[in-house]
Design a protein around this ligand. Structure first.
Ligand code: KIV
Length: 269
């Protein structure tokens, strides 16, 4: 799926679906189910790589996870999340990093945690042929400044989000993630701009929804208050591993069905 296909879904009755994906088997399942966009989020840092936050995630790590997802996902759009400090300081460096995601990792687009500092960069990347998904509201790469709290909760903060949404739309962003903002603010922004909004903790009126796949399948230990576990993969994994360990310790595995004996090799000493 291309940026144009996503842009064309603005205002559709059927909301766009986006989930994070960090590996090939997960991407295969998401594609099978028909998820529209696979986000190789920097949330891989805290969800899969054992970091406390997304800040340590590197360009190499996102490129590697993106390549794994893109190798198996044909239909959904694959969006690579640009990690902390890989953009926003030196524009040439940002273009190089974003370019790697398309040239080397086969992403279809990049996502930038956005602010006043990403308006020009969004325009430049789009002109160069790198589709940009903007991201406003809670941007976890700013957690040392804002914490991980709901954003846009007073008039001045809400109008700043709206203003930045307009600016990123004009700069060429093909869609906008709105994270952890009041549902009525997200609804206003969605009505105001002509590109699809993808909400996470932003109520039901966005043009699409995104969550981390780990929370949706119940793999992560905790779930954000605006997110929801639709399964219990952590429990399933634990129970399978317990059964395996019990079977090995008791001698029940491997049994005859899972063992192979070759004739005349009982006495090779
Ligand atoms: O990294 C991520 O998973 C994200 C989503 C939560 C939007 O940015």
């Amino acid at each position: 799926m291309r940026a144009k296909d996503i842009r064309d879904r603005k205002g559709d009755d059927e909301p766009l679906t986006m989930l994070t994906a960090y590996d090939a088997p997960t991407a295969e399942i998401l594609e099978d189910v028909g998820v529209d966009m696979l986000l190789v989020g920097d949330s891989v840092g805290n969800l899969r790589l054992g970091y406390d936050s997304t800040l340590p995630v590197t360009v190499d790590q996102i490129a590697s996870h993106t390549a794994a997802v893109a190798r198996v996902a044909d239909e959904p759009m694959v969006v690579a999340d640009m990690p902390f400090l890989s953009f926003g300081a030196d524009p040439d460096e940002a273009i190089e990093h974003a370019g790697r995601m398309l040239k080397e990792a086969d992403a279809d687009a990049v996502k930038l945690e956005s602010g006043p500092h990403t308006v020009k960069l969004t325009e430049r990347l789009t002109q160069l042929g790198i589709p940009v998904q903007a991201h406003l509201g809670l941007t976890p790469q700013h957690e040392n400044e804002t914490g991980l709290f709901r954003q846009g909760t007073d008039e001045s903060a809400a109008t700043q989000i709206l203003d930045l949404a307009y600016k990123h739309e004009r700069a060429g962003a093909f869609s906008l993630v709105l994270e952890h903002v009041p549902a009525n603010v997200a609804s206003e922004v969605t009505d105001a701009i002509s590109i699809p909004t993808i909400g996470i903790g932003a109520g039901p009126d966005c043009d699409g929804q995104v969550l981390t796949v780990d929370e949706v399948i119940g793999l992560s230990e905790s779930v954000a208050p605006f997110s929801k576990a639709f399964g219990d993969v952590r429990g399933e994994m634990r129970s399978a591993v317990e059964d395996y360990v019990d079977a090995v310790r008791s001698g029940a595995f491997p049994d005859d069905e899972h063992s192979h004996y070759e004739d005349d090799l009982d006495d090779i000493r």
